[in-house]
Design a protein around this ligand. Sequence first.
Ligand SMILES: C[S@@+](CC[C@H](N)C(=O)[O-])C[C@H]1O[C@@H](n2cnc3c(N)ncnc32)[C@H](O)[C@@H]1O
Length: 401
Amino acid sequence: MNHFSDYEQRLKQQLKALDVRQPSIREVHRSWALFQKLSQLIERSANQEVEFTEWLEHILYHPDLGYYTAQKSVIGEKGDFITAPEISHLFADSLSHWLQSKLALVDGVLVEFGAGNGTLATQLLQRLDGHVTRYYIVEISESLKRLQHENLAEAGLLNYVTWIDNPKQMPSSAIAIGNEVLDAIPAHRFKRNTNQFYEAKVRQEDGLFKVTWSEDLSNELGLWLQQHSDKFDWADYSQDYIFEASPKRTQWLQQWLSQLEQGYCLFIDYGYSADEFFSPERHTGTYQAFYSHRRHEHLTALPGLQDVTSHVNFSEICATLELGQWQLSGFCSQSELILASGVLNDLVLPKELNARIEMSQAIQKLMLPGEMGETVKAIAFSHNIGQNAPSLIPMQLAKRL
Ligand SMILES: C[S@@+](CC[C@H](N)C(=O)[O-])C[C@H]1O[C@@H](n2cnc3c(N)ncnc32)[C@H](O)[C@@H]1O
């Protein structure tokens, strides 16, 4: 496709088919610029295709044009998807409950990975006043860093916060947390037939990006398959079963967490233990795209305008961290995380009817099994805290790992 007007037309058709809002002309221009860059990248690549995770790195995190990096905020009612801290303060209330007693063990230091709009940082600093001495943020997106800065400044909390970009800047002792950050790091997709693996790549056909299956595996996936050869009985899976593997997530975790000499970490995300993750009902994998709160499966549509994310395999995270001498310190559903914290017992319902309805809807969204209650899970680990240290969060689902 050589002309902006053709591209604009194509984009409009895609959005109409999805029955969602049309983007601003500025957004269309940005998507067009990204489309051209990706087309060049594909043209110059061997076999005219790029590996799916590389393609995702561009559409999500290209420094000037990416989904997370080039826009002010994509999270919340006006954005494309909503996260727990944006739904209700109850999420931060319950995290504060779990973190409070452990902060003294790490000199009051918190690290947050992928802080989005800065809402959780603001709420935790307000609720844990007197317990937090320093709050570090690790954020890949410059535009989100600016927004976090703005929001934390408005709340008068900037004095506590330091943004860090390099694992060498990590404190030696801390509790590190991350809500929906692991699922934002790209995972490989692959299939297998009797003797052959195929990896998802992206090609351009008739002016559209399309997923294609290639026998030519990336080194990263090849290595992952070698390391996991004894963990799968491939005969158990149908020929079309789509697997996901996330060595980028585990490498990223190792890179940052290996700097901590002592502390805890806590990650909350959409995901499953390995048995549930690779179950027959998930034969098409867990990747999904979000645009304007509409969830769909056209992963290669709307470049730079939509989020593309996949669920977390918590067993894989657990195995990696245990190798790095981290000890499991809890694994539970989001509903258990909130219920067991007791914050609902102290909840004072607002007097005004609309506010009450809003509060009850927020609780449902955070806790119902069909919403975020069961699919979103929290996993925690401790490192050099002592063998018999009480766990950070409930162990409700630990046996599943
Ligand atoms: C789905 S959003 C969640 C934001 C926030 N935690 C919340 O709950 O609203 C993912 C966040 O992780 C950030 N992110 C993605 N990859 C990252 C990386 N490799 N390092 C640091 N931040 C990252 C994104 O820019 C964004 O802030």
